[in-house]
Design a protein around this ligand. Sequence first.
Ligand code: PLP
Length: 399
Amino acid sequence: MLDVLDIRSRFPALQRFANGKTPVFLDGPGGTQVPLVVIEAITDYLTRCNANTRGGFTTSRETDVVLRHAHEAVADLLNASFPEEIVFGQNMTTLALHLSRSLGRTWKPGEPVVVTRLDHDANVRPWLLAAADAQAEVRFVSVREDGSLDEDDFNRKIIGAKFFALTCASNATGTMPDVVRLTHRAKEAGALVALDAVHYAPHGVIDVQHWGCDIVLCSAYKFFGPHVGILWARRDILESLFAYKVRPAPETLPGRWMTGTQNHEGVAGVGACVEYLAGLGHGSTRRQQIVDAMTAIREYESSLGAQLLSGLRAKPGVKIWGSQTMAGRAPTIAITVQGQNAADVAARLWGDEVYCWAGHFYALELAEAMGVLPQGGFVRLGLVHYNTPEEVQRVLRLL
Ligand SMILES: Cc1ncc(COP(=O)(O)O)c(C=O)c1O
């Protein structure tokens, strides 16, 4: 059981007032708030051990320790086999573009590269660009009317595929495809599988070994950390692919993928953020604690999401996109209001210090397929583990 009041007390942003009201942060899918321990880790790094890496002096050695801790902590978060398989970078988009150039060099003209219409463009466009350079064939898996992935279409498109990119959860409608089943099928078809866990990460357990995928991308600012992107790939992939890097940079992992000097203070914050999550769970190892915490988070968010969905279903004129219940979805709820532009609906909520986003959120193909762009896209109400039933009721009253 999560102690949500205690959790909230650890986030300075959740203590603030704006225009005499307590804000309701439903903008988590665009970036979550950050607990004090993460802020302190960033400050502490800059205060005490700000230096470049691999020097013999104290601050540099301390920097190496901080970075090593972050690699180990994120390896536990993802259940990676080796901390060196964790690559940090500017954000998910930049890491995907970086990796796509290297992967594309292994693709041959006409080889099928499969992407989906459910995905954020950061898990589509990098692969399209690489496919164009390699003259590979691009196949899009379509979505059904309810916003779920069309698995029949997937079964057709995946045949003979060289590469498959899929999201673990849509950042627009919250739809969570069955990544284990789809990854398994894609691997059977001979494809390398890249999963986008950016939206999924604050909501559930990530297990790259159980999932059987080859690549996972995520971004710490979506799971209570700072603005740092994360790439995991199987060691053999990271070791064998051509890496775009400068000559003096290490040939070993993870250095061959972490171009230039990193955002060390941010990476320090990522390490602290994983410790924060682990601290919400129980277990004798950090991985066990993370699994326990994320399971409790999923359970709590499911109950909160169900309350929001049930209140929304009762409102005439409000359409919920994606699953109408919490089955197969994250607590990220995209709605449209009949006859109203999404930006206008969002502006009414902002006026009452309820923070949410309106638009397509870069889930371009999905917003197009759902036909919502003429009315300004969706209004997205994104719940995370620090939101409360009282906040849900406040939003429902406003709507
Ligand atoms: C599902 C999903 N994938 C990828 C991205 C891109 O992440 P980043 O901002 O770290 O580049 C986002 C950002 O909103 C996202 O929600």
